[in-house]
Design a protein around this ligand. Structure first.
Ligand code: BTN
Length: 311
């Protein structure tokens, strides 16, 4: 009802009478007034007068009704532990492919390799539940498509020079702007769900404890609409996911990668490796050329770009 009400108010861009709304939506004028009051409580500015209602401002909050075609499968939380927790619960409960969980605040946001993801106000934090017809070994395709989709959207919609640091961090000007976390469950060698969690620094100031991080606001010197960014990314990513088994993932990833042909340090929970990142193989593993000339295949770890002096 809220999405239809907002469509009516936005369509007209002028005062819309309570009677018109009540007729169009098939609800009483008291019910209209109650919806308007609720929207105002949520941060919308809808002014009422004797002639009707006029929408002056909408908050930049990704409420489900702001995405009319997705509203049924978009779950919004003002606060949660982590969108990964909510998404896992929904996925185990049988929710449909491409269900989305968005939160304004996460009190236990998680990063890769068991790190904490600080979720300061103004960022965009969401997880998408996917049910691709892939084996766990092929699931890297979903990760790579998420990073390709996000880098594309940042380039196309906001003209920022987004690139991908292996495996799927999004960087601009050598600083991290977004991170992607994957959780997967499988049965009989077929993925039951892959949950892709994405945190984007949009209008937040990344913590000073993360000197290698930046936000879209810091880069562009203005606020960026989180609603528009999320809508654009979901369209882009859904389109890529429709081609998950056929899309040329690795060539597209290579085109946007900023890690290849440079010296890197890879940290895993047990080891640290140095070398030059030569390529990724057909399973998404990083091919490292070690200082002794040998080649090593790295399947997980934290990748740090190095200058030649760091080696
Ligand atoms: C990383 O770079 O380490 C990955 C960060 C992923 C953060 C996102 S925010 C939404 C989702 N919920 C979480 O708890 N983590 C992911």
């Amino acid at each position: 009802m809220k999405s239809q009400l907002l469509i009516l108010l936005r369509d007209q861009d002028q005062i819309v009478s309570g009677e018109h709304i009540s007729r169009k939506l098939g609800i009483s004028r008291v019910a209209v007034w109650k919806h308007i009051r609720k929207l105002n409580e949520l941060g919308y500015r809808i002014v009422s007068s004797a002639r009707g209602y006029r929408l002056h401002q909408s908050p930049d909050i990704p409420f489900p009704w702001e995405f009319p075609s997705r509203a049924a499968n978009l779950h919004f939380f003002q606060e949660t532990t982590s969108t990964m927790d909510e998404a896992r619960r929904l996925a185990r409960g049988g929710c449909p492919h491409f269900s989305i969980v968005v939160a304004e605040q996460q009190i236990k946001g998680r990063g890769r390799l068991k790190r904490v993801w600080r979720s300061s106000a103004g960022g965009l934090y969401f997880t998408i539940v996917l049910r691709p017809n892939l084996s766990p070994a092929q699931s890297y395709r979903v990760n790579f498509l998420a990073s390709i989709g996000l880098a594309r959207v940042l380039r196309q919609e906001l003209a920022v020079e987004a690139g991908i640091k292996w495996p799927n961090d999004i960087f601009v000007n050598n600083k991290k702007i977004a991170g992607i976390l994957t959780e997967l469950e499988a049965e009989a060698d077929v993925v039951t769900f892959v949950n892709i969690g994405i945190g984007i620094n949009v209008n937040n100031d990344p913590s000073p404890k993360e000197p290698a991080a930046t936000s879209l606001k810091q880069l562009l010197n203005r606020d960026v609409s989180r609603k528009k960014l999320l809508a654009a990314f979901l369209d882009q990513f859904e389109n890529l996911m429709d081609q998950v088994t056929t899309f040329q993932v690795i060539p597209a990833w290579r085109e946007m990668a900023i890690t290849l042909n440079r010296p890197v340090r890879i940290e895993t929970t047990q080891d640290v490796f140095h070398g030059v990142a030569k390529d990724v193989d057909e399973s998404g593993a990083l091919i490292l050329e070690r200082p002794d000339g040998s080649t090593q295949r790295v399947i997980y770890g934290d990748c740090f770009h190095q200058t030649t002096e760091d080696l």
